[in-house]
Design a protein around this ligand. Structure first.
Ligand SMILES: Cc1cc2nc3c(=O)[nH]c(=O)nc-3n(C[C@H](O)[C@H](O)[C@H](O)COP(=O)(O)OP(=O)(O)OC[C@H]3O[C@@H](n4cnc5c(N)ncnc54)[C@H](O)[C@@H]3O)c2cc1C
Length: 411
């Protein structure tokens, strides 16, 4: 997909003291959103859908689909146009994610986690870093990851202990990240580390760790309930030497970068949830029209109709919240995350939390509509139900989202 923007020059972003960069945050036009949707839908139908059940069964990574996304420039969706990207925005990311998630949540998550890995760079990289890092994505279709979680630091991410000591021109990293989406397939990892002694978020920084770095070991590949075609691994650092110039922003700005990124990415997780739910509803509707019991299609029974109506209504409510939030974040520009009512995290948390709860409810009900057949792997709804579950857990569990929402209400 190629884009022909008529947008004005992008504005500066301001993460305390971090030099401004050209962002990909000027909203696309309505026509461009539709072009994006139709491009992604074609890849979803032609490439992702036929592989969805198989990669769920085998846990194989969907390289061929990712290559198709790369060929259309979609791995550079969020990057600035003058760096070879598509100048995309959060609404665009939500559209692409939703379309893929309708048929294959593993593929949707791979693209989404890649966008999340890029976000710290988009917020805080300098020109030299952009040249080095963005070109790996635009020219080589490399994937990225976002590496925050550790075995002892999940919901309490600020408790992370991976250490980065500055020795001359390099940081030397020691520690372990876990649950990293794209951990073994990404070429660039945005890794959150502790650069100063002591606890607390003020000592956290973000380094870009490149593939081939000595001392970076891909650890255990996780065997998961759902999103089984997505890559989830440990990342272990044993005296890994990372060039000093790979620091994003300044030392101590990592926590703010991580939280800004999560504020931006949570609506896209919501879009993934909406996509999964819509995919399950579509299957349930088709099945209800075909399946005959008591001499009539089960779609004739009011009990089934009311379930379908409720599922559709919940999905629309979730979709509205997700896209409203993404739109507001676009308007406020990427750097404003944390600064206004819309972007201080409340709406992002609501979008992620509500949409993921809807996805769990809708996919469970879709299995119910299919009865015993819904419970079999012959139909996709049981996979969708398993895939939906993760949206309530990652990028902050829904308990943590409710904490964020409650804190903002009571502040
Ligand atoms: C498939 C998968 C992919 C992932 N991808 C990534 C990734 O790419 N990058 C990355 O950095 N991380 C990733 N994660 C990690 C994910 O974000 C964490 O698993 C999540 O934040 C929860 O942390 P935890 O698993 O340590 O659970 P814990 O923090 O141990 O939580 C356990 C339970 O306690 C609850 N809880 C904890 N604290 C509170 C509290 N204060 N109040 C109320 N309830 C609380 C939680 O809600 C949860 O129900 C991924 C995880 C999975 C499973």
């Amino acid at each position: 997909m190629t884009r022909t923007p008529e947008n004005p020059a992008t504005e500066e972003r301001v993460i305390e003291g971090v030099s401004p960069v050209a962002p990909g945050d000027v909203p696309l036009t309505a026509e461009e959103y539709e072009l994006l949707r139709s491009t992604v839908r074609r890849i979803a139908q032609d490439k992702a859908a036929p592989l969805a059940a198989e990669i769920d069964r085998t846990g194989e990574f969907p390289w061929s689909t990712i290559q198709s996304l790369g060929k259309e420039g979609l791995l550079s969706l969020m990057l600035p146009e003058d760096c070879g990207g598509m100048n995309g925005d959060l609404v665009g990311l939500c559209i692409a994610t939703e379309e893929l998630a309708k048929v294959c949540a593993s593929t949707a998550l791979t693209g989404l986690a890649h966008a999340v890995g890029l976000m710290p760079m988009m917020i805080a990289s300098n020109e030299e870093q952009q040249k080095r890092f963005y070109s790996r994505v635009t020219d080589d279709n490399c994937l990225t990851s976002f590496a925050l979680t550790e075995p002892g630091a999940g919901s309490d991410a600020a408790a992370l202990t991976t250490k980065a000591e500055l020795r001359g021109d390099h940081y030397v990293l020691n520690g372990r990240k876990c649950f990293i989406t794209n951990g073994s397939v990404a070429a660039l990892h945005s890794v959150f580390v502790r650069t100063a002694p002591g606890a607390g978020h003020k000592a956290i920084s973000c380094l870009v760790v490149e593939d081939g770095t000595e001392g970076v070991i891909v650890g255990k590949k996780e065997d998961k309930l759902g999103i089984r075609g997505s890559d989830t691994t440990e990342l272990v650092f044993e005296n890994a030497k990372v060039p000093r110039e790979n620091l994003l922003g300044r030392e101590g700005e990592g926590w703010r970068l991580a939280m800004s990124t999560l504020n931006l990415s949570r609506p896209a997780i919501g879009a993934m949830a909406v996509g999964i739910a819509q995919g399950a509803l579509d299957v349930a509707i088709g099945y209800a029209k075909d399946r005959v019991q008591f001499g009539r299609p089960i779609a004739d029974f009011q009990g089934v109709q009311f379930m379908l109506a409720e599922m559709a209504t919940q999905i629309e409510a979730a979709r509205s919240l997700v896209y409203r939030t993404a739109g507001l974040l676009n308007e406020n520009k990427i750097e404003a995350a944390g600064k206004s009512l819309a972007t201080e995290g409340r709406l992002s948390a609501m979008a992620k939390c509500f949409a993921s709860d809807v996805a769990m409810m809708v996919t469970t009900d879709a299995v119910q509509v299919l009865g015993g057949y819904g419970y079999l792997k012959d139909f996709p709804v049981e996979r969708m139900m398993r895939d939906a579950k993760i949206t309530q857990i990652f990028e902050g569990t829904n308990q943590i989202q409710r904490l964020v929402i409650a804190r903002s209400l009571l502040h």
